[in-house]
Ligand binder design. Structure first.
Ligand code: HEM
Length: 340
């Protein structure tokens, strides 16, 4: 009897130990090294590179997916990809939030998962979709930044089991006041300077006209353009954004320096100093008291200065939720857009 009791006590300790280690498992660099998926980073990089060659806009699409997934519910858990919830099945998923309607590239994450599974001798339950997003976004930065090697990122994220559109509705909007944007980022643990640095992601990527066309035609109800917008940029943007209903869905580059619209560089900040920012929320970073002191130094600094800061902020973004989506709250989804 004593022996049996001791056996159960030992078993209980083992179970508790296992739960504690799972619940505190931290992300780490090369997490998959001793698994059947040790080539995951190579596989993701090769596929992102291949797609980038035929479609360079994929880089911006991946960055935005990473931001929206991590930021909506404060967890990089691939909840953005879920098309339908299970529990409760009626809960509207993040992807249907108004802030996510223009998000592009989600099918590519499903495709990357398939390639990763193939490279993991068919095992679908090793690499999380959240890690695939993080790796792909990291590779997108390296591919678009001249002379930068892919920076090391920690992996080991789990996929979430629920996705709630209400969380994504709080993602920042282009017509929001900067103090509101800064306080939303502060809630996630980012300073005003880090918010500015992360906005530097807009050095690649595009926006549809509907997010800024008031600046071109009817600023604050005046029926005139935003007087702070550079007049050459105004004329250029008006060619694509003609103020017709159809043109509201047309896209322009967020970095109006046409030689670097697909390049991750400090050009975004130079554009702001020249009043060539496209979104109101971008241009206002030049004048808002919380960020104005940082814009010119970034524009005047070296490329490496911006990129080092950007990569650090991107890593911090990728750690959101790494201590909350753990154990039974997390999963490794077999198909990224479908709950197991
Ligand atoms: C600071 C507040 C931010 C606001 C108000 C904002 C707003 C927007 C808007 C309105 C668009 C155009 C969307 C469309 O046409 O569908 C956009 C695009 C984009 N955003 Fe942001 N954004 C912010 C921060 C960020 C951050 C922190 C990142 C990444 C770290 C990011 C990455 C991107 C990228 C890469 C695109 C281009 C997407 C594409 O070409 O498909 N944004 N953003």
């Amino acid at each position: 009897m004593m022996k049996r009791n001791r056996y159960f006590a030992l078993l209980a300790i083992l179970v508790i130990f296992q739960q504690v280690t799972t619940a505190t498992a931290a992300l780490k660099v090369a997490f998959y090294n001793n698994t059947a998926c040790q080539n995951v980073e190579k596989t993701v990089r090769a596929e992102v590179q291949k797609r980038f060659q035929s479609d360079p806009s994929i880089a911006a699409q991946l960055l935005r997916i990473y931001f929206h997934d991590c930021f909506a519910d404060g967890q990089c858990d691939a909840s953005l990809l879920i098309k339908k919830n299970k529990n409760p099945s009626t809960l509207k998923p993040e992807i249907l939030a108004s802030t996510n309607l223009g998000i592009r590239g989600l099918d590519f994450i499903d495709f990357l998962k398939q390639q990763v599974v193939a490279a993991c001798v068919g095992q679908a339950n090793i690499v999380s979709c959240a890690d695939i997003i993080a790796l792909a976004a990291r590779d997108a930065v390296a591919l678009t930044a001249p002379n930068r090697r892919p920076y090391a990122i920690a992996t080991g994220r789990l996929d979430g089991k629920v996705s709630n559109a209400a969380n994504a509705e709080t993602l920042p909007g282009s017509r929001q006041r900067i103090p509101d944007i800064i306080s939303r980022f502060a809630k996630a643990g980012f300073s005003a300077q880090e918010t500015l640095i992360l906005s530097g992601a807009h050095t690649i990527g595009q926006s549809r006209c509907k997010f800024f066309d008031d600046r071109l035609y009817n600023w604050r109800g005046t029926r005139a353009p935003d007087p702070t917008l550079n007049t050459t940029t105004l004329a250029f943007l008006r060619k694509t954004c003609t103020n017709s209903v159809a043109s509201k869905e047309s896209r322009v580059f967020l970095d109006q320096n046409t030689s670097s619209s697909f390049v991750s560089d400090k050009s975004y900040f130079s554009m702001l100093t020249q009043h060539k920012g496209v979104l109101e929320s971008d241009q206002k970073l030049l004048t808002d008291p919380s960020t104005k002191g940082f814009v010119k130094p970034l524009a005047d600094g070296t490329e490496a200065n911006f990129m080092n800061k950007f990569e650090t902020a991107m890593k911090k973004l990728g750690n959101l939720g790494s201590t909350t989506v753990v154990g039974s709250k997390g999963d490794i989804r077999k198909v990224c857009s479908v709950l197991n």
